[in-house]
Design a protein around this ligand. Sequence first.
Ligand SMILES: Cc1ncc(COP(=O)(O)O)c(C=O)c1O
Length: 389
Amino acid sequence: MFQNKTKMISTKAKNITPFIVMEVLERASILEKQGINIIHLEVGEPDFDVPSCVSRATEVAIKQGKTHYTHSLGDPELRQEICNTYLKNYNVCISPDQIIVTSGTSPAILMILYALCNPDDEIILSDPGYACYPNFISLSGAKMVKVPVLEEDGFQYRSENICSALTNRTKAILINSPMNPTGNLISEETLKSIASFSPYIISDEIYHGLVYEGRAHTILEYTQKAFVLNGFSKLYAMTGLRLGYVIAPEEFVRPLQKLQQNLFICASSVAQRAGIAALRDADADVEHMRNIYNERRKYMIRRLREMGFRITVEPTGAFYVFVDASHLLSDSYKLAFDILEKAHVGVTPGIDFGENGEGYLRFSYANSLENIIEGLNRLEKYIQELKSL
Ligand SMILES: Cc1ncc(COP(=O)(O)O)c(C=O)c1O
């Protein structure tokens, strides 16, 4: 009977792989319900509340009745603010007509791939890379072509590896800098080289602004043949408000608009008012959060190194440290769950990010320094016990 029921589930849905970090989180919450204290170093979600200008803007929006559908492309004021931000931060001039405001970056990835790909078109992406990209690509019917990025290169793409992955079916090269899971930035030189290839570039810039050394460059500084993805979840700690956007080449705006109208209608009107406030008035809050993240980053790198984890190129962006833990156990899934069960610390197994992430663990420093200290103390004890076995 049960077998018959599962037969009804589509192949697409069956083939979607779970987002393992969420499974760690769900197991952690079962342990928490049993009264066990868990330190969360697995989730990639800011521990900060939204900036006060953002919460004020949401209240005002509701009071003023800004609770209706907006234009499918987004609130014109927000689209103008996004242009102002790209001009101020990168000196690139974009038009509000190129912007589609979305309910977070996630639907934006899906819409771009739907707008771009026919069955069997190919998308080049890095391995390791953000866990959800492969599922978005397969749902769109395209094929993924994974290019390894190596620890010794600071997890940067090697241009020659991209070059040899290009075929006449390549539709786009997907990049993400600062990168999840590694926290590394793609260098200006590599960005230029990637931009010189002929397919479209899809550049996920969601961690822009969370950079502690050096500076992030938008792909639009080097090519117009690009889709930029960005959002408010990370920089403005607005994960639950669900707001993001695409900056698209002109010819793709109408197709993306039609997808948005049908699939999502528009992004949340209240979140869009909050987004305007964030872009206009939250610089000081962002600076404050960035300084705190940086302090945690330095602490985490130092402690992980002291525990014997090799960190070849220090991560300088996002809020992640990605370390090889294969000397403890080569199966990162088993290791992460063992750490959770025995040390009561949540970490993300590297396998969540691709085959080349196997053996690694991702630590997130989007948690208070106090919790990070406690979490790493517990981990140190766990490692000592493991070694004494
Ligand atoms: C690289 C990357 N892109 C996109 C997302 C999704 O963000 P959003 O909350 O805007 O959907 C995440 C979330 O962790 C991410 O790490």
